[in-house]
Design a protein around this ligand. Structure first.
Ligand SMILES: Cc1cc2nc3c(=O)[nH]c(=O)nc-3n(C[C@H](O)[C@H](O)[C@H](O)COP(=O)(O)OP(=O)(O)OC[C@H]3O[C@@H](n4cnc5c(N)ncnc54)[C@H](O)[C@@H]3O)c2cc1C
Length: 301
């Protein structure tokens, strides 16, 4: 039985799948196996099988924080969005949610039930798994403010890790060091509050995003983390790069910490060329080492 047949025992598998279909940048070469495991047992078998066959893999959510290289990726992408997206919401604000659930959907559903805490996430187009990995955040809040425990598949076991074990910091979690762990689910504690006030806050933030972000173009949100000295967009502006374009990739005219895929023609190399140019110049002009927020997958180091 070949590897594809074996994987298909446990999952829906797409072969030679273009990653541009699975990233919000609309960028990325073909991956050998794009895998939707049927359930938790199947997922464990898929991970074990990939490890046994020494096939490299990543777990991906909505691909909204990823710059995936243009070359073919001889490995596998596991995606939990279709089969791991259940959630349970108690009236007292205790939420249990699987990693593939959209964080926007969860924010909407918890808001409807008069639970406050996820307003910051209502415009972040990722999965719960991706949000935990990144400790995604906005408006002075982030995942670490609401998460109490995370369920992980690691070292052949399923374990619940407490928030204290997750090393949450600004756009950082322990998962960025433990690349072969699979985030399965988490528990959060939200606070009961007035439904109309929560929904009004979400709506005002939606308007702010529409006004300030290039949401009509393929992108992956903020490219650089904000250094302590000043916001990344300001550094880029002061260097005069707003609107600068290489190939199909352009520093957004609307928000200079966003790089957009202009007319869907950009390659990962175009985006990377802009990133490298900005980093080099920021070091030269401001002596600041900019750190990318966007994850680079399928890049040779
Ligand atoms: C228009 C726009 C606006 C954005 N605004 C914000 C914002 O305000 N704040 C913010 O923080 N981010 C923002 N982002 C970036 C992005 O949406 C977030 O980082 C989001 O949390 C990523 O989730 P994802 O499911 O898309 O993760 P992916 O991009 O799919 O993955 C990100 C990383 O997480 C890993 N990962 C994903 N799921 C799992 C899992 N189950 N187990 C193990 N590892 C996993 C992947 O391997 C990858 O390394 C924005 C993006 C866009 C396009």
């Amino acid at each position: 039985m070949d590897i594809l047949n074996r994987l298909e025992t446990y999952a829906k598998v797409l072969s030679q799948e273009p990653m541009r279909k699975h990233t919000t940048y609309h960028i990325g070469g073909n991956v050998d196996y794009y895998i939707y495991p049927n359930d938790i047992l199947a997922l464990m078998n898929v991970v074990d099988l990939l490890k046994e066959q020494q096939i490299p893999f990543h777990v991906l959510g909505r691909g909204s924080n990823v710059l995936f290289g243009d070359e073919p990726y001889h490995g596998a992408i596991i995606n939990l969005d279709k089969t791991f997206n259940d959630y349970y919401i108690e009236e007292n604000g205790k939420v249990t949610v699987q990693a593939g659930c959209s964080i926007i959907n969860l924010a909407v559903e918890t808001a409807k039930r008069g639970l406050s805490g996820l307003e910051f996430a209502s415009g972040i187009p990722g999965s719960v798994g991706g949000a935990l990995f990144m400790n995604a955040g906005a408006y002075k809040s982030d995942m670490s403010a609401v998460v109490t425990e995370v369920c992980v598949y690691k070292d052949n076991s399923i374990v619940w890790l407490s928030k204290e074990q997750l090393e949450f910091a600004y756009r950082h979690s322990i998962f960025q060091k433990q690349r072969d762990w699979v985030i399965l689910a988490c528990r959060m504690q939200l606070k009961p509050a007035n439904v109309y006030e929560i929904q009004a806050l979400i709506e005002s933030r939606r308007q702010r995003r529409i006004a300030s972000q290039p949401l009509d173009k393929p992108c992956a949100g903020s490219v650089f983390r904000n250094p302590k000295q000043m916001p990344a967009w300001k550094i880029i502006d002061e260097m005069g790069y707003r609107g600068y374009q290489i190939g199909g990739a352009r520093i957004s005219d609307k928000h200079s910490n966003f790089i957009v895929n202009e007319n869907d023609q950009a390659t990962a190399h175009d985006v990377m060329a802009l990133i490298e140019m900005i980093k080099t110049q920021a070091k030269k002009e401001f002596d600041i080492d900019l750190i990318t927020e966007v994850e680079q997958l399928n890049w040779k180091k």
